[in-house]
Design a protein around this ligand. Structure first.
Ligand SMILES: *Cc1c(COP(=O)(O)O)cnc(C)c1O
Length: 441
């Protein structure tokens, strides 16, 4: 029996994500609020929950009825999940997986409690598969771990992160009470290196803990790691910096793209983290964080009760695993490319970073549409993250899901074409060259 679910109360960060105020009104003169992306905040969708019920009197008949109710409820829920999966486009989750061979492990409570390399007294674990780094509960935990290592190495350090960084980076700053300096981003979403240099020079006395994005959350932008390292050295931070690379989604795609910059421990980085439920398509949230062995020591405490060592953020750690990947990456990039072109052909402003599968486009003004396709929106834009579960589209298109999406978007877009001059201006979010509003087209 489930309790009534409380919906609604978003925290400040989430509220800010849908807050349309502060989108740079005035940056592009002569446009209305709506053209600038100032849309009224959506009504909070309250998650529907089940009523709390008194348990029925305990007789045979009631028990059988209850079992039938539970079966019907679960079947209905499975149906609901199938429908929501069929209409999912907005978040970077690969929904295509077959874990049937893993089913045999569902009857075990696999828990890698404690250090990834030191066995605890709890024997039901899968440490033998943890060959590098440790399995986290999500990408956020990877960031919390990497930045904590940085803070432990440089207790008086400052965290530098571009304003396009994931909110978990700023959360880490608050949790660890480390000063966090936000760096401007380019319109592509990449860290503005000139601004990074300027802000470093303002704080020469304190070490730098830098979050480098290997694929930002909204635009899929990749910060220039090599340039960031040389700026640190040029500004005199040699041996006084720590770099954490946040590769939640794209960290697992980069190794398969020939022209992509290399993220490797042969460069002076301290840690890298990725999410497992994003590109890899794990059915439960998880991730991996890798750091240098010498750094792990700064966090490690031996725990007698575990007969292992505490070196991780969480205690209990999911020990259920993974599948391999390949060539899906190229398919995603191709599909993303087609989708972006298709949208532009249909008059919808869209952009796509070179090494990314995130197609950014003008924010739909219809919350029902946003809800149906589960789109993540920010400021004047929304995105579709093209994942391996979307079938290959040929140039003229036979991908039902993406086709349906484009068709419906264009049909519904009449919402702002009723008035002349009313196509949303997205220039400040994706650049004038990608904007098809009446001023920039
Ligand atoms: C999704 C994401 C995260 C956090 O991932 P969770 O697994 O949801 O905690 C961190 N960084 C970036 C860039 C992301 O896109």
């Amino acid at each position: 029996m489930a309790g009534k679910k409380g919906g609604g109360d978003a925290d400040g960060e989430a509220a800010a994500a849908v807050d349309p105020i502060g989108v740079g009104v005035g940056a592009v003169a002569g446009l209305t609020d709506r053209q600038l992306g100032v849309v009224p905040p959506p009504a909070r969708v309250r998650a529907e929950g089940f009523e709390v019920m008194e348990p029925p009197v305990d007789d045979e008949e009631a028990a059988a009825g209850r079992r039938a109710d539970v079966a019907a409820l679960l079947a209905g829920f499975a149906h609901h999940l199938r429908d929501r999966t069929a209409h999912h486009l907005g978040y970077p989750y690969n929904l295509d997986f077959d874990f049937s061979v893993m089913a045999q492990f569902q009857s075990f409570s696999i828990n890698n409690l404690g250090d990834p390399f030191i066995e605890s007294n709890y024997g039901v674990h899968s440490r033998q598969f943890e060959v590098a780094g440790y399995i986290t509960n999500c990408g956020t935990e990877g960031n919390l771990h990497g930045l904590l290592v940085g803070r432990e190495l440089f207790p008086d350090g400052i965290i530098y992160a571009s304003c396009e960084s994931h909110y978990s980076v700023f959360k880490a700053g608050r949790m660890y009470r480390v000063e966090c300096v936000k760096i401007d981003a380019l319109v592509t979403g990449e860290m503005n290196c000139a601004d990074f240099r300027a802000k470093l020079l303002e704080n020469l006395g304190r070490p730098a803990i830098v979050n480098v994005n290997i694929g930002t959350t909204v635009k899929g932008a990749i910060d220039d790691l090599d340039r960031i390292i040389s700026i640190l050295v040029e500004c005199g931070f040699q041996n006084r910096f720590y770099i954490h690379c946040d590769g939640a989604l794209a960290g697992l795609m980069m190794p398969f793209i020939r022209q992509a910059p290399k993220v490797t421990f042969t460069k002076p980085i301290g840690s890298v983290s990725v999410s497992g439920h994003k590109f890899m398509g794990c059915p439960v949230p998880c991730g991996v964080v890798i750091t240098r062995l010498e750094h792990v020591k700064v966090l490690s405490t031996d725990i007698e009760y575990l007969s292992s060592r505490d070196a991780t953020i969480m205690g209990s750690r999911n020990g259920k695993g993974y599948k391999g990947i390949r060539k899906e990456v190229q398919k995603c990039l191709r599909n993303a490319h087609h989708l972006a072109n298709r949208l532009k052909e249909m008059g919808v402003s869209a952009s796509l970073n070179e090494l990314s599968s995130m197609v950014v486009f003008e924010r739909p003004q219809d919350e029902t549409f946003v809800h149906k396709w589960q789109l993540a929106c920010e400021s004047s834009i929304a995105h579709v993250v093209v994942m391996p579960n979307m079938k290959e589209i040929c140039p003229r298109g036979n991908n039902k899901k993406l086709d349906d999406f484009v068709e419906e978007l264009v049909a519904r877009r009449a919402w702002h074409e009723r008035k002349v001059f009313d196509i949303l201006c997205v220039a400040k979010d994706i650049g004038q060259e990608n904007c098809l509003c009446s001023l920039h087209n």
